[in-house]
Design a protein around this ligand. Structure first.
Ligand code: FES
Ligand SMILES: [Fe+2]
Length: 382
């Protein structure tokens, strides 16, 4: 969102703070507890939300240079994404045409000589367009093989407004503007193209991917679950709420927001006084705070397990080892709070939901983000 939108939101947040309230929905929502544990529903979620729906990969700055690649296989389809010499992106199913090995086992890196992938199993090689360009012992071992039909299988990939999306199912396509739903108006000023990718932390959790997501969508729990961490920086239960297609964005005031009453509006720096939780359906949160942002991508493993990738993006490459360490420590601290405070409790929530007690999960009017995620799930899954 450009400056006028952020300024307007600051005014909304100051009003909410003055009235000690938050933006709310019309009604309370109830969710059947089975939705979190039913194995059939889980299989449908994996298919409809993670195989047949466009996936947020990351901001453009995860792949700054030609030959840079990024892989993940958490949707069930192994995916390899690479920046081409022309600056575009290609996405492939990361399965070698010979006997099926992944072309690279690293999560990210640089293609061989910046221009090819060589399979670690028997050395078949492919260029950045996915064409099969080399077979060791090829003439003798594989006579008559039509190499032109044995390139890597392509997937639809789109990059727009500094965000990268891929479709895991090679038989499906998507419309990037429909997937974004207008959230680019909110996000396109945040510099997703030119930040520095500090790295990612992988956390495995023993609870449903949906419980994992639920924790990010409301500010109601801050004063109770995070009294000594987040609640010392941001107001509890006070946030703006904006809907964009299936996605949403929530602005939250810092405890210092009323300091702006003594500053003329032209000098306001909205990002110093508010932070933004941006939900990209179905599984991603982009958290924008101060001068940097973080992404949290959550994937299902089983009804009882999920994995989350927490990535950190800072304005510039650290100048030296000391600055690098400062950012690494901050990154670790944020991750520790989520793991110790949120995930520690949600682990127990999951046990309760799995206890076979017939009941409803209740989502309040003051939890519009949680309501939206479940409304979108119902819309797609019925
Ligand atoms: S599986 Fe890739 S070269 Fe054999
Ligand atoms: Fe939390």
């Amino acid at each position: 969102m450009q400056r006028p939108g952020l300024i307007q939101e600051i005014k909304t947040l100051m009003e909410l703070v003055a009235n000690k309230t938050t933006v709310m929905t019309d009604s309370v929502m109830e969710i059947d507890v089975n939705e979190y544990s039913n194995p059939d529903q889980f299989e449908r979620e994996k298919l409809e939300l993670f195989r047949n729906y466009a996936q947020f990969v990351g901001p453009s700055c995860i792949l700054p240079n030609p030959g840079d690649y990024f892989t993940f296989d958490d949707t069930g389809v192994p995916i390899l994404i690479v920046r081409t010499a022309e600056g575009g992106l290609n996405a492939f199913v990361n399965i070698c045409s010979h006997r099926g090995a992944p072309l690279t086992e690293e999560a990210c890196g640089q293609a061989k000589k910046g221009k090819m992938f060589s399979c670690p199993y028997h050395g078949w090689s492919y260029n950045l367009e996915g064409d099969l360009i080399g077979i060791p012992f090829g003439n003798e071992g594989f006579p008559g093989l039509d190499r032109s039909t044995l390139g890597l299988k392509k997937l639809q990939i789109e990059e727009k407004y500094g965000m990268i999306f891929v479709m895991p199912n090679p038989e499906k396509t998507f419309d990037i503007d429909e997937v974004l739903g207008g959230i680019q108006d909110r996000l396109s000023g945040f510099g997703f193209e030119d930040h520095y990718y500090l790295g990612a932390k992988q956390v495995h959790t023993n609870f449903s991917w949906k419980l994992n997501m639920d924790t990010f969508h409301e500010y109601y729990h801050f004063e109770f679950l995070h009294p000594n961490s987040i609640a010392t920086m941001a107001y509890s239960n006070i946030a703006n709420y904006l809907q964009y297609g299936r996605n949403h964005s929530m602005g939250s005031p810092s405890l210092q927001i009323n300091d702006l009453k003594n500053v003329s509006e032209e000098e306001w720096q909205p990002r110093e006084y508010s932070s933004y939780v941006n939900y990209i359906f179905p599984n991603t949160v982009i958290f924008v705070v101060n001068d940097h942002f973080q992404t949290w991508r959550v994937y299902p493993i089983s009804p009882d397990r999920s994995v989350v990738y927490h990535s950190m993006f800072i304005p510039n490459k650290p100048k030296d080892a000391a600055e690098q360490k400062t950012f690494e420590d901050y990154f670790q601290m944020i991750n520790d709070v989520a793991v110790a405070e949120d995930y520690g409790l949600v682990d127990k929530v999951h046990r309760g939901l799995q206890a076979g007690i017939d009941r409803k999960v209740i989502i309040g009017r003051n939890e519009p983000g949680v309501q939206n995620m479940h409304r979108q799930l119902h819309d797609i899954l019925g």
